[in-house]
Ligand binder design. Structure first.
Ligand SMILES: *Cc1c(COP(=O)(O)O)cnc(C)c1O
Length: 425
């Protein structure tokens, strides 16, 4: 294969690894076809939402100050609502991250005396501070919201019995995390999320089902909001920003839930009326337009990594031919040296900061040291090829992103090579 020969030549890749990569690329072809088909469906969905809402060049003008009547921002929010098939959406440059978007949705929809229930075990690390699982000033718990979580069963499935026992008259919001986060569990499929939502609603009709949709957008042809979620929440520097959004988060869902969230983001009574797009509407819309194919590119890298690392004898989750619900590929590397080498390889393969050596650090919001490889155009954007990992046993690398398939595949080969060098010393 021309492409693999080029990588081999430019990056002095081991001959055996080049041959193995070629074999693996051949084996994942049929998976790639399915990925392209999903991307094509999602491309049409995004295109028609833009046309239906008459997205226009005039929407790209930069609003400033209060942002009253920012028509670009309003059009973008209608487009998001149509893509997710929801009544309304909040898509804002003032939302600084996925964690912030989740916090806005939670704080907006919970008050003292209400209970938050996590249906899929411990939520993503940064939410521990938001909820107050890790004692934090200003957390939901500090504000009088109570919290329960239902652990997954031994085979990593939703525990419906536990769920039934945990729902009570105070249960207000049920949080369902689609992606595995930093946990060795399969991500929840949209179908599994549907079962959870139907089950919750059959017990408590007015419980708000909220899905942490980070890393999940456009991996399937339907989203959790198509199967009954009252709110779906995510980050624009992940999937839906398509690598072009430079900041932002979204919450799409039922109009009343979005209104309460907007009162939390800005101020009660002001809500969605204020908050200027600051000239970022074009980039965010442009990113959304290409997001389905960018997600496909990153999935291709993940699928290839799953095949290659399985062949190299490492634990992989999911396997290359298993159904995916997010763009994250977990690889159990088993030693700190291998994990560091893998991250070094991903960094080396990056277009930006390729000369930097990633080292573990005490990142805010996480309870252990984290190592991150991310040489990206948008700082910290994990829709760009990146790898991160809590620096603890059993040294699992979480790989995601890749703006183009060629880059994500090349990155995986280079990272594997960096690791294999260790064994040769
Ligand atoms: C990334 C992520 C978050 C948090 O998003 P940030 O943008 O890093 O704050 C929350 N949940 C999941 C599942 C994520 O992958």
């Amino acid at each position: 294969m021309l492409f693999l020969n080029e990588i081999c030549r430019s990056y002095q890749i081991d001959n055996g690894l080049t041959k193995l990569s070629e074999k693996c690329l051949g084996e994942v072809k049929s998976v790639y076809e399915k990925i392209d088909d999903v991307a094509a469906c999602n491309q049409l969905k995004v295109l028609s939402a833009m046309q239906k809402n008459k997205l226009s060049e005039s929407h790209f003008a930069a609003a400033t100050g209060y942002g009253y009547g920012d028509s670009g921002r309003d059009a973008l929010e209608k487009i998001y609502a149509d893509v997710f098939h929801t009544e309304d959406a909040l898509v804002r440059t003032q939302i600084v991250s996925g964690t912030h978007a989740l916090a806005v949705a939670l704080f907006g929809n919970l008050k003292a005396g209400d209970e938050l229930l996590s249906a899929a075990g411990k939520p993503y690390s940064t939410l521990e501070g938001v909820i107050g699982i890790r004692k934090t000033e200003g957390s939901l718990m500090a504000h009088g919201v109570t919290y329960k979580q239902v652990e997954l069963t031994e085979d990593n499935k939703i525990d419906f019995t536990g769920l039934e026992q945990s729902i009570n008259p105070h249960t207000k919001v049920v949080l369902i995390q689609r992606s595995k986060g930093y946990a060795w569990r399969p991500s929840l499929s949209v179908e599994e999320i549907k079962d959870v939502i139907e089950f919750v609603k059959s017990i408590k009709k007015d419980a708000i089902c909220m899905v942490d949709n980070c890393y999940g957008e456009f991996v399937d042809t339907i989203e959790p909001s198509d199967v009954g979620a009252d709110m779906v929440v995510g980050s624009l520097i992940k999937n839906p920003g398509g690598g072009l959004a430079t900041i932002g988060g979204y919450i799409a869902g039922r109009a009343d839930c979005i209104e309460r969230a907007s009162y939390r983001l800005t101020a009660p009574g002001l809500g969605k009326e204020v908050g200027p797009s600051l000239g970022l509407t074009s980039g965010i819309a442009h990113g959304l337009f290409i997001a389905p194919s960018v997600v496909a590119s990153s999935l291709k890298g993940a699928v290839f990594a799953a095949r290659l690392f399985e062949e190299l004898g490492f634990g992989v989750l999911p396997k290359f031919n298993e159904k995916r619900s997010d763009i994250v590929q977990a690889l159990t590397l088993g030693s700190r040296e291998r994990l560091s080498a893998f991250c070094r390889g991903i960094q080396k393969a990056s277009p930006v900061d390729s000369f930097v050596e990633p080292t573990p650090w005490d990142m805010p919001g996480y309870d252990c040291d984290v190592i991150m490889a991310c040489g990206s155009f948008v700082s910290g954007a994990s829709i760009e090829l990146s790898a991160d990992a809590p620096f603890i046993e059993p040294y699992v690398a979480y790989l995601q992103g890749g703006l183009t398939a060629a880059h994500s595949i090349a990155g995986v080969v280079i990272a594997a090579n960096e690791m294999l060098k260790l064994e040769k010393i």
